[in-house]
Design a protein around this ligand. Sequence first.
Ligand SMILES: NC(=O)c1ccc[n+]([C@@H]2O[C@H](COP(=O)([O-])OP(=O)(O)OC[C@H]3O[C@@H](n4cnc5c(N)ncnc54)[C@H](O)[C@@H]3O)[C@@H](O)[C@H]2O)c1
Length: 336
Amino acid sequence: MILVTGGAGYIGSHCALSLIEQGYEVVVFDNLSTGHKQTVETIKNITGSNFNFINGNLLNPEDLDETFSSRNIDAVIHFAAFSQVAESVKDPAKYYRNNICGTLNLLESMRKYNVNKIVFSSTAATYGEPVRIPIDETHPQNPINPYGFSKLVIEKIMDDYDRAYGIKSVRLRYFNVAGADAKGRVGEWHDPETHLIPNILKSTFANSKTFQMFGTDYDTKDGTCVRDYINIEDLISAHILALKYLEAGGKTDFFNLGTKSGNTVKEVFALCEKVTGKQIQVETKPRREGDPAQLVADNTKARQILNWKPDKTLEDSIKSAYLWEKKLQENLKSNY
Ligand SMILES: NC(=O)c1ccc[n+]([C@@H]2O[C@H](COP(=O)([O-])OP(=O)(O)OC[C@H]3O[C@@H](n4cnc5c(N)ncnc54)[C@H](O)[C@@H]3O)[C@@H](O)[C@H]2O)c1
């Protein structure tokens, strides 16, 4: 059985669904702090009996004890965390407590119950300001906010837990995750939403909103910032390959998950207009401090070692995100 922490959230719900569809038995552990009960119900309805849900908090060791003691858990995929950069700057304690202490409790339960495989959601935010592009895994890790730092500390803790206790980890450093399940069954549902694509799509359902585009004079093909958007289904396929890699005796390692080819902010707006058929109002503003011109992953290592191959385009991601967003807006109208 695979324990998926944070499985009621955006990325974890796609992973839980995909694991069950591939025949794994899954237990989702989530305290619904940013995840949704409705997402759990949806997964239950789609998958039926292969799915268990524990409403538990990583900060309560008793919740973890109950989960591990009554099940035969083979491996953990660990998504549960807080992940808003700006909030982490305002309230670092919240991030260090939840992300670092929560993960320590999880690792302690793994030690206690002899579970020695974990796939972990890390982030490109552990690299900080890029010193070269594309960013490969040997790039220095100097995070510039508490969120990124919390994830880097966890990566270091995982190295020590391998050396001392033999717990093998795969840390996946995501770039910008985008899109939804291609059938629109689950998708991105954050409140507040801080990501660009869902915010643009949401604006097409409400009174038209004017977006601010920060910086149009960067040294990029159209002057706007370049980011590496990785499709959620491609991202999840890497998690399942990482799990199989650990199941086959793979050693502790870390991999970037990105496409190696970024898109500009202008391209994102243009594709959202194409997919929705709506015009989006954009106001240009000067550059924001701390926004690098480009953040693009070198994904060679994941291709070579995990045998991973992302194949979805940004347009695919925007299409699936729009399909999901339409459904979410309908559901919310009927007190979903
Ligand atoms: N979304 C992105 O673009 C992105 C990029 C890089 C890394 N990540 C990482 O991926 C992971 C998932 O991100 P997401 O966008 O799905 O976030 P999300 O907020 O949708 O999901 C996180 C889930 O974890 C649960 N959770 C949080 N703290 C918990 C705790 N103490 N105990 C139990 N459950 C808890 C929440 O209720 C939520 O369901 C996070 O670790 C995040 O840092 C996300």
